[in-house]
Design a protein around this ligand. Sequence first.
Ligand code: PAF
Length: 285
Amino acid sequence: MISVETVADLRQQVAQWRGAGQSIALVPTMGNLHQGHLELMRRAQGLADRVIASIFVNPMQFGEGEDLDAYPRTLLDDADKLSSIGVDLLFSPPEQEVYSKPLSEQTIVQVPGLSDLLCGESRPGHFTGVTTVVCKLFNMVQPDTAVFGKKDYQQLMLIRQMCEDLCIPVKIEGLPTVREVDGLARSSRNGYLSDAERSIAPLLYQTLQETARAVVTEDRGGNYAGLEAQAKERLAAGGFRPDYYTIRRAADLQMPGSREKRLVILAAAYLGKSRLIDNLEITLD
Ligand code: PAF
């Protein structure tokens, strides 16, 4: 696997592959790679001739008190994992390479509306940081395709919207969430859970499944407030501190109408200090 840290080296290698007529897929990450990330890489390998993984812990998407410094940085171990599955290139730029100016002086990319809902409401500025860095990575790599996980459902929608609005010619692939055997969505944040919290954590996905069953079997005419409240109570009783739990229209994350066919249940809840998110898509007949 080739490993580069500068945009100049990255572009030189990309130009070589482009010259040979090869297509390129990018998988952006913040490192601390787990099975979920490796699934994204494997999928990318099926979509393009060359796969580039980026590892960059993006300071712009961390809010005050979100402890950017404590975010696990495991570059050597991550590089081994990427190399073992045949990723072609690892791009791991230092902060100066991505942000040459103080963050407050950077041009930003902001998707209005969608950035302010749900996780955006709880983490102001977070999604501006995400779309800014993803736009920069797209400009640096200029991939044909980029692959993201559906666990970060709102993030995936924002990136799609950004590409559409800014005419960015990158095809966005969203992949199903990779789960542990007990249903917990794979996430770098799971590493922060104590043993006791880890044993409680699967309740989040179980609750999503239970809500989905109720949505499918009972006709509520689009009024899901009761189900959402029940689910929050269940999570709180189990040891979580729910942030939001909501059933939305899958197309745009707005409140669903009474005849909506494609829905998504989205949840964020604290377990100790960790904030876990998960979601479940539902299609009604
Ligand atoms: O999902 C992530 O790991 C990050 O938000 C991303 C897309 C790599 C941008 O920093």
